[in-house]
Design a protein around this ligand. Sequence first.
Ligand code: RP5
Length: 297
Amino acid sequence: MIKLKVCLLTCAFMIKLSFTMLSTHFKCRGGIYPRSNVERFPVPDEKVIWNSEYKQYQPQNYTEASLYGKPWADPDIGNSNFCPKWNAVDGKVSRVSYMGPYQIINGYPQNPIGRTGICGRGILGRWGPNHAADPVVTRWKRFDSGKIVIDEHNRPILQFVAIKRGDTGEWALPGGMVDPGEKVSATAVREFQEEAINSLVMSEEEKKAWAQKFHEFFNEGEIVYKGYVDDRRNTDNAWMETIAYNFHDDNGTIVGALKLHAGDDAVGVRWVDATPNISLYASHDVILKEVLKKRLT
Ligand code: RP5
């Protein structure tokens, strides 16, 4: 009887784990790899996890030529000048995964979620985890009078700052890569400044005034997500991970007062109503759902 219970619990755990893996590893399977004509080897759902046998699996090896010699990119594995410390902080670069220790197979780090249909580094700078930070800047939607707008379920509507990505044209959080030695929380603030504020039509003076006003506001971020990102750039040996921070302007008087009006669509930054079925770049919709849960419950 006890054995049966243990077996059922183990099965339930495995099903939950596989489901999580599939839902976090969907966009980076199948189709043509970004900025290339390399087709990913097909990876059916049941073949994602590495310990499911897939004898026919022969992914192409692809690393974009433009990465070579870039100061922010690793050299090739096997290069005598490159001695990375996997699963560790390696000088100023963190090669630690938020998903736990990853495996090194024949000298190459292995994607902790599973197969992606392509090996090599693709267009990512680092072998193994590539760390990013994502700011989720939110406010309540309000009428001009200042009154909060209520939806059909009698709940306030949350809005967040979204940018239109130049590479895919998708709406996304204004996140970016962590610079070597930079604190992840500092990246989130810097990226918001670079991607959202700097793209607005404002004088340098006005931008400086906003930056000063934001200073305290951006000290108050809360971590809402930390982990793997289902990014189309992921490969079997290089993948995106992020920490997402929610910065919420409850009164709408600080960042919430930023007027991102229709004209700003042209530069691709705006306040967007946060709804549970919104479609965003990579795992940004999953992150937004976490923020919705946090703010509305
Ligand atoms: C996503 O890519 C992260 O969540 C982050 O938003 C973004 C960082 O890459 P770049 O915008 O710098 O290309 O995986």
